[in-house]
Design a protein around this ligand. Structure first.
Ligand code: AKB
Length: 324
């Protein structure tokens, strides 16, 4: 199948490109940036510069490549989006509109949308239920979350009105040995990175911070599975998916199983802590499990054992990673 990715230069694209190529798909990767050196292993397919906020350029790339399926990954994440809400609106909201319109106008039959736990926020009536189901009132506190809610609704609209089959998942904080891009959940990966390179990490989150997290191989598999799921079995367009929900100090303990001398301290950054506190502590993903057989493979310690050697390799290859 011919598949086009937007935002391919980000953390998800880093792993998804290779997974798609390994399954024999023809991949066209697009991003505002040139192919990052960290994607060198994923030379598979073409790379095209694309700014999704430019409707004409988006349509032209779709007309040139005529993809059958699109994975729409381009987004400004929660922490970066609060620093520049206008940019988050333009990329996440206008960009999603432009991508959906390009799908409609060029006859793309399937769009996979990447939503997030950032669609949730504390309702006025009290805290979010724990675990949080798919269907609760959505009260996001960030521009990223606001635009993801709108994106989810646009996906349902384009499915109903225009026959573009849109489906997708609400991702937990994703962790992998690749550069994350301005998320509030990044403290979790930074605990691994700084434990390896500095012997410890001063986290920007409290020790009792608990949000849903997922290891990237499970995240990539979820995208592939929801993309290929039989439409007749889908009872909704966007699904909660879950893996594990550790406290920050439980992540620390998991890292210390492998690096016993690693030291962790906690200096919460009020801005990012408030975002983390507004998100669910855990997710109810029973609809994804029932409809398309979603099941995570990695728990926290399974991720730790696989991730630490990969982080070591990433650092040996000279990755420059700011963990602030
Ligand atoms: C973020 O922290 O903004 C993202 C997310 C949870 O969607 N990683």
């Amino acid at each position: 199948m011919k598949i086009l990715l937007t935002g391919a230069g980000g953390q998800i694209g880093h792993d998804l490109i290779g997974a798609l190529a390994a399954r024999g798909h023809e991949v066209v990767s697009t991003d505002l940036a040139p192919r990052p050196p960290s994607h060198a292993h994923a030379q598979a397919g073409k790379w095209r510069r694309l700014d999704v906020t430019d409707a004409g350029a988006t349509l032209a790339v779709f007309e040139e490549h005529k993809p059958e399926c699109v994975f729409h990954l381009a987004a400004i994440l929660s922490a970066s989006g609060e620093k520049n809400p206008k940019l988050a609106y333009d990329v996440n909201q206008t960009g999603t509109w432009n991508v959906l319109e390009a799908c409609r106008q060029t006859g793309v039959s399937r769009l996979v949308f990447t939503s997030s736990i950032a669609v949730f926020g504390p309702p006025p009536s009290g805290p979010l239920p724990d675990p949080t189901p798919d269907d609760v009132a959505l009260h996001p506190t960030t521009m990223y979350g606001v635009t993801k809610v709108a994106g989810e609704l646009l996906c349902a609209y384009y499915t109903q009105k225009h026959g573009v089959d849109c489906r997708g998942v609400r991702f937990p904080g994703l962790i992998s040995a690749a550069m994350p891009g301005g998320g509030s959940s990044d403290y979790a990966l930074f605990m691994y990175v700084d434990a390896v390179r500095k012997g410890g990490y001063d986290a920007f989150a409290r020790s009792d911070t608990r949000i849903p997290l997922m290891y990237m191989p499970d995240g990539v598999r979820a995208l592939l599975e929801v993309a290929m799921a039989d439409r007749a079995k889908l009872t909704r367009s966007i699904y909660n998916i879950a893996a594990f929900s550790p406290r920050a100090d439980e992540i620390a303990a998991s890292v210390q199983r492998v690096i016993p001398d690693a030291k962790f301290t906690y200096s919460p950054d009020p801005r990012r802590q408030a975002i983390l506190d507004s998100w669910p502590k855990s997710l109810d993903d029973s609809a994804a499990r029932n409809d398309w057989g979603w099941a995570h493979k990695y728990d926290l310690d399974g991720m730790t054992d696989d991730l630490i050697p990969r982080v070591r390799r990433m650092l040996e290859l000279g990755a420059v990673l700011s963990t602030h």
